[in-house]
Design a binder for this molecule. Structure first.
Ligand code: SAH
Length: 342
């Protein structure tokens, strides 16, 4: 069976051609799918036999709302979607002045093992398909009635550990016949899978690359992020400099501030030293507490920010949204599903 929503327009056109249909049929089907139809029945400008033929050979991914929580504090909505195979993933809708933003997942679970993050506790179950990544944007928009203008690939999973499907998703969501969301409105966050950063750089996309740094020295970083043992912080910064050389795009460094672990002035100085030579931006995230983790939020966020700025590095402190519904950075976890399985 073909996962039809993961096809781009060219592949869709070919599929319909192979069924003996004229070229324009591909675009018709593509347009229906990107409007969020959940069955071939709804494709009213196709003949009944063609709809039946599509039904025989293809399937349409349709996530259902397993749970939906709305923050009373700030209007953030967290969706728990149930996928076709019963697995669940989370998507967060945030309402900013600059537009509605969805934070989407790229995998069911995560295998990166960051010590402060709840999404990785149960490991990775599987990669999401391009259609399943797209569905999060599409069905959040349909369910909420709010137009989505920005996307951040910062939910569950490591996007560069599922690069092929993520790239396909980017092509789909960016397409003029689909949701048509501009690359400049999309951010992709990685824990630092160096060879994949180079692969991405080669494509020269206009998206924003966010790098989860969390420590500028290898000793600390290896302690909290196992990926650092494979690609250490020196290699990571070298890749970031190459990325900037190739794309001309400013990189955003994510930095969750952990009490007594990564919040010293010396560490701020080291960040500045390593960013020198490219226009980096540091996004300080007040650590969100995760029950299973021993780490506590830093009390030095403002001082750290000042220290970075004293070196000419722009640093902002991320406003936390959705704290009352466990929707903040690093808190996404398949809690509901675990409860159901008990
Ligand atoms: N795997 C990708 C994207 C998902 S995480 C990555 O690592 O970048 C999105 C961001 O939330 C990352 O910067 C991650 O390090 C951060 N994060 C994880 N747990 C956190 C926590 N408890 N508090 C604050 N930020 C956290």
């Amino acid at each position: 069976m073909i996962d039809i929503k993961s096809l781009n327009l060219q592949e869709m056109t070919q599929l319909l051609r192979d069924m003996g249909e004229p070229a324009f049929r591909g675009k018709q089907v593509y347009t229906w799918l990107h409007k969020g139809v959940t069955s071939f029945e709804e494709m009213s400008n196709l003949s009944k036999p063609l709809r039946a033929k599509l039904q025989e050979q293809c399937y349409i991914t349709v996530p259902t709302v397993a749970r939906k929580q709305c923050s009373a504090q700030d209007g953030t909505v967290k969706y728990l979607w149930r996928l076709g195979d019963g697995n669940c993933i989370e998507t967060v809708l945030m309402r900013y002045h600059h537009g509605n933003t969805v934070c989407i997942s790229s995998q069911v679970g995560c295998r990166m093992g960051c010590a402060f993050c709840a999404s990785t506790i149960a490991g990775k179950v599987r990669d999401l398909t391009a259609s399943e990544i797209l569905d999060q944007v599409m069905f959040t928009q349909l369910d909420s009635g709010l137009p989505i203008s920005n996307i951040v690939l910062m939910g569950i999973g490591e996007p560069l550990d599922n690069l092929q499907n993520v790239l396909k998703f980017l092509e789909l969501v960016n397409s003029p016949d689909g949701l048509n969301i501009g690359m400049r409105h999309i951010s992709l966050s990685t824990c630092g899978v160096v060879p994949k950063i180079d692969e991405l750089a080669a494509l020269n996309l206009q998206l924003t690359l966010s790098v989860s740094l969390h420590a500028p020295d290898s000793e600390t970083r290896s302690r909290i992020m196992p990926v650092n043992k494979a690609y250490d912080v020196e290699e990571l910064f070298a890749a970031c400099h190459r990325y900037f050389q190739k794309t001309g795009r400013r990189i955003s460094f994510e930095y969750a501030m952990i009490d007594g672990v990564n919040d010293s002035d010396q560490q701020a100085d080291l960040i500045a030293k390593k960013i020198r030579g490219m226009p980096g931006h540091v996004n300080l995230i007040p650590l969100n507490e995760v029950a299973e983790s021993p780490f506590k939020p830093s009390r030095r966020v403002a001082a750290f920010q000042k220290r970075l700025e004293s070196h000419g590095i722009t640093a902002t402190v991320r406003r936390s949204l959705g704290g009352d519904i466990d929707a903040s950075c690093g808190q996404l976890r398949r809690k509901a599903m675990e409860e159901e399985n008990r």
